[in-house]
Design a binder for this molecule. Sequence first.
Ligand SMILES: NC(=O)c1ccc[n+]([C@@H]2O[C@H](COP(=O)([O-])OP(=O)(O)OC[C@H]3O[C@@H](n4cnc5c(N)ncnc54)[C@H](OP(=O)(O)O)[C@@H]3O)[C@@H](O)[C@H]2O)c1
Length: 296
Amino acid sequence: MKRVELDKSWNMSLPALDSLRLTGLNVAVIGGTGGIGRALSHQLAAKGANVLVVGQTFRDQQLPRIGFLKADLSSMRDAKRIGRELPAGNLDIVVFTTGIMAGPLREVTSEGIERDLAVSYLSRLVILNEIAPRLGKDRAKADLRPRVFVMGFPGTDQRANVDDLNSERSYKRFVAHSNTVAGNEVLVLEAARRFPDVDAFGLNPGFVKTNIRANLLGSRKLFAVVEWLTSFMMIEPDVYAERLVPLLVSHDLDARSGTMFNNKAEAILPSSSSKEPIYAAALMEASDGLLRRALG
Ligand SMILES: NC(=O)c1ccc[n+]([C@@H]2O[C@H](COP(=O)([O-])OP(=O)(O)OC[C@H]3O[C@@H](n4cnc5c(N)ncnc54)[C@H](OP(=O)(O)O)[C@@H]3O)[C@@H](O)[C@H]2O)c1
């Protein structure tokens, strides 16, 4: 895997976290019940924002300004319901952090989709298609154009197997996960093009200490050993969230739709493949085809 390269052509100067007062800002964090999304929700709410988290298990009932919508986003029907139920017209920012990692054996949802692809990528496409036309349209006064942030692993030159996106002909966990990584990266560029009234950005968190890799290795013991061995290159979710909040609201992002960022909130170059029009169109077509099949 290639290292993400910095886009040196752009000098950003982000507001200091301490200076931020986010009262009145409305944010939805899809995947805000755990890991990075949860840390981000805590930071945003602590700064005064109203945060709506979507996930399976709500863990923050005691915190002010955090609301919850329950969903199983392995289901495209549930993703569509969430898209309809989100108060999109009043949202300023939507962040997608839902994710799992493919395990040793192919798991398939009741709608016939490989589980990692469904949760980590296709549910986002469904929700985005549903909310983008309404996003931010009911706000009386808006400081920012509506923004969508898609978390994945952009800029690492991972390419989807467009001919077998759903891993039906053969299954390898890293290939399956690459399909979600590549899908999310193309989704950012496609959203920037499909939805001219919405700004879309990609986020690469690097390696953050969460449980997301637990399923990948198939054994709890092996997971604990690997996490311990690699802990030197990981950061805590709270540390990453503190870097991310100033980026989410920065005016430096105005007119920069389609940009990707690393875990220091610096602009990075997208993977070269995601900018190939024929490949990107084929990936979106394969994604839309799977959704048509799942949603009937
Ligand atoms: N952590 C890293 O090192 C790393 C590295 C590269 C990329 N990323 C990306 O960063 C994003 C966040 O990862 P993370 O490390 O924070 O993961 P995480 O700690 O495992 O959290 C994942 C989130 O997704 C939600 N989720 C999982 N399955 C779901 C389902 N079926 N329906 C609804 N929600 C579901 C979880 O909700 P519940 O807890 O309520 O089930 C949780 O809120 C992902 O896109 C991941 O690919 C992470």
